[in-house]
Design a protein around this ligand. Structure first.
Ligand SMILES: [Zn+2]
Length: 338
């Protein structure tokens, strides 16, 4: 990694704030800091790469789904059919792809000329910020792993029809998940994962968890700490982060030899590991130790409950008097709560 690379620096600082509109294991999407044109974002690799030809296979495979998803979100947030995409790499060699709508009644080359010249007339910071918020919300709404589970429950003949009716970005993500055996780690995992760099502080890690609305809450119980090669360096629990001083560095707090599985680990392996290590989540890594996803205890429980348990008549649930909570009733009727 080059220490003078602006986009590497950005990848590190954005971990610490809520700057990413979307962060996957390999890609980050954020508003372009020098291009406050409404609807324009930069899609960049999280590690230092110099052009599409230098991507590793995981980055290359995940780029399509990211671009597709961002394009849909941008088109919806800006109410535009056309989303321009360009990547020059002349001034900043770090792989980044700029995407956004035409504007100001300008199209095609006329618009791009002015965009490349950083024409101040195109800049509208408040509108750019509002659209960025909308795009982030749109990007966070899709939970591909839930959709994949639902589709696996359909008869084979119906799956194709349902898949074809899904928006393209989500379909791509679901198809990625479906390639794995549903009872393997790859089939069970959530692909939206929370992570930070080894240099992040406890306070920064908690801030990331705080804004990760796109991630299944059960998958937020552990922060994954990645080294500069995006490999799993350790995990740290939310409890440990909460109990630490906000300025403590996660590298000092983390378990640096966490249990992990590969996508082909089966359900029994994962369940036994979770029980043995008292883990609520287990990261799924590829051959290069890069995080692909995370399996939660909730995913394992859902898959291990025998079908006949679901078919039983539900047992009696404990009945409870509804409790009314009024400010003045808590102390007077609620017993001694000191
Ligand atoms: Zn870089």
């Amino acid at each position: 990694m080059s220490t003078t690379c602006a986009l590497c620096a950005r990848a590190h600082t954005l971990d610490a704030t809520s700057g990413w509109m979307l962060a996957t294991a390999h890609w980050g999407v954020s508003p372009h800091p020098a291009l406050q044109v409404p609807g324009w974002v930069a899609v960049q690799t999280l590690r230092h790469t110099e052009g599409l030809g230098t991507l590793n296979s995981a980055e290359a495979q995940t780029l399509g789904p990211v671009l597709s998803r961002v394009s849909v979100a941008l088109a919806r947030a800006t109410d535009t059919k056309h989303i321009y995409t360009y990547s020059l790499g002349e001034r900043v060699p770090h792989t980044h792809i700029l995407m956004g709508p035409p504007g100001h009644g300008l199209r095609g080359r006329e618009f791009l000329d002015r965009l490349l010249r950083r024409d101040e007339a195109l800049v509208d910071r408040p509108v750019a910020e509002r659209i960025a918020t909308d795009v982030a919300a749109l990007l966070s709404r899709m939970r591909a792993d839930d959709a994949a589970d639902a589709i696996m429950d359909l008869r084979q003949s119906r799956r194709r029809r349902v898949l074809d009716s899904m928006p393209a970005p989500q379909r791509t993500k679901v198809l990625t998940l479906l390639k794995f055996n549903p009872d393997s780690a790859g089939g069970l995992m959530n692909v939206d994962v929370i992570f930070c760099g080894t240099g992040a502080t406890a306070g920064e890690a908690l801030a990331l968890i705080g804004v990760a609305q796109a991630v299944q809450p059960e998958a937020l119980l552990q922060m994954h700490v990645l080294n500069e090669n995006r490999q799993l360096a350790g995990v740290v629990s939310v409890i440990a982060l909460l109990q630490a001083h906000p300025a403590d560095v996660v590298a000092k707090l983390m378990d640096s030899g966490p249990v992990r599985v590969t996508p082909d680990a089966d359900l029994a392996d994962i369940a036994v590991l979770m029980a043995d290590y008292n883990s609520h989540t287990i990261p799924v890594v590829d051959d290069g130790d890069r995080v692909l996803g995370v399996v939660t205890v909730d995913d394992v429980l859902k898959s291990t409950i025998p079908d006949e348990w679901r078919r039983r008549e539900p047992g009696p649930r404990p009945a409870r008097e509804p409790i009314s909570v009024r400010d003045d009733s808590i102390c007077s009727n609620g017993g001694d709560w000191r």
